[in-house]
Design a binder for this molecule. Structure first.
Ligand SMILES: NC(=O)c1ccc[n+]([C@@H]2O[C@H](COP(=O)([O-])OP(=O)(O)OC[C@H]3O[C@@H](n4cnc5c(N)ncnc54)[C@H](OP(=O)(O)O)[C@@H]3O)[C@@H](O)[C@H]2O)c1
Length: 300
């Protein structure tokens, strides 16, 4: 990853994308279409766990908008030891927010559907009260709160079930679709949870929407996902079907699966704040998954 800025037609805004080699970060970089310039910062360019170094990098760049996609998303590992999740998802976000405040930059930060407890059966609004079930979700909620407390120009996008090209290229930690396809190719039986409902989302679609709505955001929190809902089991089944991958796939309940971390049984997000900006929903997750499957095949 190079830290050289990409220029666009007009001067003005200076965007920095942190986590620029990740799923969402790399799609934000490649879909950048705003005026001004964007500096992508991958993990070799910046470590936001080091607050002093982060301050000096951002002081030098003087961004007007810092977009932070870096996170510790290892949900089950956090249940055993939450220190690295809290360090990156909460403490580092708090430091970043304070730096943004001091240099007059906006902070754009990302959170998760897992801040909700899943007791509802209708999509969660941005204003619904969060109640995290896991250490990971607690760390992400703490990050939201620190970001909002320490930088008055923070905007948070809560996203869900991400799949994106960087997850398929072996550069990052992968994603659910790639894990299912790999295990199927290895001939491993797949037991996938069928009683947790979410809306899987394509980072390319999210990135395009983020660039479109950033200039006009008025609320501190936005829910942003593809449209519709499905279970992890049906999501896996569809990914296998679309890629023509044979698999021994069995639905199981969350209780039977027995993951270390509790996850919400229902975490579909309503997009009320985007609708208030006059923004349409993104395409349904199934169409997005179809596009992802085509994109990952053509990138091989
Ligand atoms: N993935 C999901 O399904 C999901 C669901 C809900 C919410 N979210 C949220 O959405 C956002 C984007 O997720 P994603 O899936 O795009 O993440 P990702 O693919 O894991 O990308 C994260 C990026 O941040 C980098 N990074 C890690 N530690 C860092 C550090 N200390 N300093 C600077 N950079 C660091 C990573 O580098 P390395 O790869 O070298 O570690 C990677 O480039 C996150 O806030 C996440 O919590 C994700």
């Amino acid at each position: 990853m190079t830290a050289s800025p990409r220029r666009r037609e007009a001067p003005g805004e200076r965007y920095v994308v942190i986590g620029a080699t990740g799923q969402l970060g790399s799609d934000l970089v490649r879909t950048f279409d705003r005026s001004g310039e964007l500096t992508p910062l991958g993990p070799r360019d910046i470590d936001i766990l080091d607050a002093a170094a982060t301050r000096s990098i951002l002081n030098a760049l003087q961004p007007t908008c810092v977009i932070n996609t870096a996170a510790d998303n290892l949900v089950d590992r956090a249940e055993e030891d939450g220190r690295s999740a809290f360090a990156l998802n909460a403490d580092a976000v708090g430091s970043l927010a304070a730096i943004c405040q001091s240099i007059g930059a906006r902070l754009v930060h990302f959170s998760t559907d897992y801040v909700f407890d899943g007791s509802q059966r209708t999509p969660y609004l941005e204003t619904d009260p969060p109640r995290p079930l896991s250490v990971y979700a607690e760390s992400k909620l703490a990050g939201e709160r620190l970001a909002l407390e320490r930088c008055e120009r923070t905007v948070i996008f809560r996203v869900c079930g991400l799949f994106g090209l960087a997850g398929s290229l072996g550069k990052g930690k992968g994603n659910f679709v790639e894990t299912m396809l790999r295990l199927a190719r290895e001939g491993r039986p797949l037991r996938v949870v069928s009683d947790q409902v979410l809306c899987p989302s394509y980072t390319l679609d999210l990135a395009r929407k983020i660039w479109r709505v950033l200039p006009k955001t008025v609320h501190p929190i936005y829910h942003l996902t593809n449209a519709g809902q499905t279970s992890w089991y049906d999501f896996a089944r569809r990914a296998l079907e679309l890629t023509g991958t044979a698999a021994d796939l069995t639905p199981v309940t969350a209780a039977e699966y027995g993951a270390k971390a509790r996850r919400p049984a229902y975490s579909v997000l309503a997009h009320a704040h985007l609708a208030a900006l006059g923004e349409d929903d993104l395409r349904p997750w199934d169409a997005a998954l179809t596009a992802y499957v085509a994109e990952r095949s053509s990138s091989r």
